[in-house]
Write a protein that binds this ligand. Structure first.
Ligand SMILES: Cc1cc2nc3c(=O)[nH]c(=O)nc-3n(C[C@H](O)[C@H](O)[C@H](O)COP(=O)(O)O)c2cc1C
Length: 427
């Protein structure tokens, strides 16, 4: 074989000098974006993004929950699957949203503005966190076409809540997403170890970790300081972060709030309401009876109550309780398009991604978020084709025809018996 023949077979790529462009060209799945994010962030900040509560049992189970299901494709003609759907009554290009994540400018100087841009250009809803580091009005001004949702905390101070809702409505947010799972602050022990507490008490090790990532430091110092403009009361000194704000910043909310307060909220907000942070079918039934529009089944990505069930553990039962009046959105652990296909087959109307888009943001800003969305979309469409469904509606209608529970033999509902599996091995 001549050298020119080899050249035709082997296409040598010129090495890409820009780190961001290298990541965008080479990272072909969410796990690769995670690895790239880990290389960029100081260890303590990566831990804040990644960590789960206590033993991180739920964090780990969130992935295992997807692995319990297997696809059972059926042969037949499939046209290129249409992954478009509607979420909260509005068309969405894909069956997933971008879920709220607080303090996003810690991960990238553009923070929520970059995420919003990527979500808007993909035609997906994005829920801005109450603890976002960019003002809700700035997101609205920069991304007017974005389907905007806002994360609102319940509060016994109904005057303050009403003022917040007026502000959210004035900024053109059409849905509010209300956390049910922050009655206490989940203990993320990685954060305690790193001094990522309220107020911060950074340890020498975490300061050294920050020093080991000079590029992150340079970006961080060149950008405006971190603020939480959606928490600050009007006229507050923007440089002041009070201890009570720190509590909110780290995820604590009022524990005195109950179903009466949700009912009051329903009366106060004429737009769509999403309740987020339960996996309990009873809560879904209750939400339906109060005229709530959607429930986001979630364990907060394993960051709040350790050992909490995963949404997939209760999804089918939740679907039964929801009926047709409440949409079900699933988050916690979604890293592949096939995860989304599994959740839709088990009864979800849509899914929501958290850490997955943050990895893209850290690694390459808005183009990184766009790339993660594109990767998930490609995986979703390929999985639908291989499973044998042509649309989201068909996938949801065929449901458990196309997924089987690996915990039962052949998915036929017969529990696995020790002797049965032994016989199979002997045979
Ligand atoms: C860094 C980070 C910050 C978060 N901040 C919030 C928040 O402010 N409000 C909220 O409701 N959920 C918050 N969440 C939880 C997400 O909305 C979502 O439930 C979770 O990330 C889903 O799990 P996944 O990241 O494994 O996909 C946060 C998650 C992360 C990773």
């Amino acid at each position: 074989m001549k050298l020119s023949d080899i050249r035709q077979l082997v296409q040598v790529r010129v090495p890409e000098l820009s780190r961001k462009r290298r990541v965008l060209a080479g990272a072909y799945n969410v796990a690769e974006y995670r690895a790239a994010a880990r290389r960029v962030l100081p260890a303590g900040i990566f831990d804040y993004l990644e960590g789960g509560a206590e033993d991180e049992t739920t964090l780990g189970r969130n992935r295992a929950a997807f692995d319990r299901w297997g696809f059972m494709p059926g042969f037949g003609a499939v046209t290129l699957p249409d992954a478009a759907t509607s979420i909260l009554g509005r068309p969405s290009a894909l069956p997933f949203t971008l879920t709220p994540t607080g303090a996003t400018r810690l991960f990238h100087p553009e923070g929520e503005l970059a995420v919003a841009r990527a979500a808007a250009s993909a035609g997906l809803p994005y829920a801005l966190a109450g603890l976002s580091t960019v003002a809700m009005e700035d997101v609205a001004a920069q991304s007017p076409s974005l389907d905007r949702w806002f994360n609102v905390g319940l509060s016994p101070d109904k005057g303050a809540l009403s003022a917040k809702l007026d502000r959210v409505a004035a900024a053109g947010y059409r849905a509010i997403i209300v956390g049910l799972d922050t009655r206490a602050l989940g203990t993320r022990e990685r954060d305690s170890k790193n001094g990522f507490t309220a107020p911060p008490a950074l340890t020498l090790a975490s300061l050294l970790g920050i020093a080991a990532r000079p590029a992150w430091w340079i970006d961080f110092l060149a950008a405006d300081g971190i603020r939480f403009p959606n928490l600050e009361p009007a006229g507050a000194d923007p440089s002041m972060v009070t201890p009570s704000m720190w509590e909110q910043i780290l995820g604590h909310s009022e524990s005195s709030q109950g179903w009466d307060d949700i009912e009051a909220l329903r009366a106060m907000w004429p737009g769509k309401i999403v309740l987020k942070g339960t996996v309990n079918p009873e809560d879904v039934g209750r939400a339906a009876s109060l005229g709530i529009d959607a429930v986001q089944l979630s364990n907060h990505g394993g960051r709040q109550l350790d050992r909490m069930l995963s949404p997939l553990d209760t999804l089918q039962e939740a679907r039964q309780r929801a009926g047709d009046s409440v949409e079900l959105i699933v988050d916690s652990g979604i890293r592949r398009g096939s995860d989304i296909v599994t959740a839709l087959a088990l009864g979800a109307d849509a899914c929501s991604i958290g850490r997955a888009y943050l990895y893209g943001l850290v690694a390459a800003g808005a183009p990184g978020v766009s790339r993660v969305i594109e990767i998930l979309a490609d995986e979703l469409v390929r999985t639908m084709t291989l499973v044998g469904v042509s649309s989201v509606a068909e996938l949801r209608a065929r449901g458990t025809e196309v997924v089987r529970d690996l915990r039962v033999v052949g998915g036929a509902g017969v529990p696995v018996r020790a002797d049965a599996s032994l016989k199979r091995v002997d045979a």
